[in-house]
Design a protein around this ligand. Structure first.
Ligand code: HEC
Ligand code: HEC
Length: 191
């Protein structure tokens, strides 16, 4: 009789504690102010800024290249240093080759639009964008790698490839330090 009373007391107490816990839990759930659950569920998801796809970026850059090339008609093979206003590191490169390098190495190579490094108002000579300043130092770094290091590794076969933006960047501004784990078994040599 006594044991039964104690038992039911424990059961009752824990039932109350449980209900209170559930109530407290419910209070802690964050809900937007002045909106019912139904209304929140019906609302369309907030628009997110989706980064442009590599294909979209290619299209944007192709348009920019066509615009630039239209301004230098007849001078495509003259040195970039004389055709353009503020070229410091590729003065002798033919202008057309220079613009192609902008598109393929600097643009596609990093997954960038021209406006990642240049002003939106097409003032390509301006040095106002941070990524253009970084790119200038990357060019100098590449030249140092080629001249001071790769050229001095005697065991390498000739001709040595010149370091390019693509070799490191592979389509991204920020570089990854990881390789995908192979999904198929790595092929083994037959014995
Ligand atoms: C990663 C940064 C970067 C991207 C992306 C880039 N550029 Fe450049 N651009 C530079 C740098 C750095 C220079 C200066 C190079 C030098 O001094 O040799 C330059 C110079 C130029 C110039 C010469 C401007 C002048 O009057 O001196 C033109 C034109 C140009 N870029 C066009 C383009 C176009 C078109 C695109 C897109 C297809 C593009 N760039 C993408 C970094 C970039
Ligand atoms: C030897 C490897 C290497 C080469 C070659 C190289 N880069 Fe880089 N670059 C890096 C590293 C490492 C970073 C820093 C990445 C990070 O912050 O995650 C970087 C960062 C950058 C950034 C800043 C990106 C951002 O989103 O903040 C720009 C712009 C850039 N590089 C341009 C170039 C250009 C243009 C070339 C070719 C002329 C080039 N890089 C060649 C290694 C390289």
């Amino acid at each position: 009789m006594r044991a039964w009373m104690v038992m039911s007391g424990v059961v009752l107490w824990s039932a109350i504690a449980c209900a209170r816990g559930a109530k407290e839990g419910a209070v802690q759930v964050a809900r937007p102010i002045a909106s019912t659950e139904g209304a929140a569920a019906a609302r369309p998801p907030a628009p997110r800024r989706v980064p442009p796809t590599p294909m979209k970026l290619d299209t944007l850059r192709r348009e920019a290249v066509a615009e630039v090339m239209a301004t230098i008609v007849g001078r495509e093979n003259e040195p970039a240093g004389t055709v353009f206003k503020n070229v410091k590191l590729h003065k002798t490169m033919p202008a057309k080759e220079f613009v192609t390098m902008m598109d393929e190495q600097f643009g596609r190579g990093l997954g960038f639009n021209c406006t990642s490094c240049h002003m939106d108002n097409k003032d390509y000579a301006s040095d106002a964008r941070k990524d253009k300043i970084i790119a200038m130092q990357m060019i100098k770094m590449q030249r140092a790698i080629d001249a001071k290091y790769i050229a001095k590794v005697k065991e390498l076969d000739d001709p040595r490839p010149k370091t390019t933006c693509v070799m490191c960047h592979r389509g991204a501004g920020h570089l990854t330090n990881e390789m995908d784990v192979p999904t198929a078994p790595v092929p083994q040599r037959k014995r």
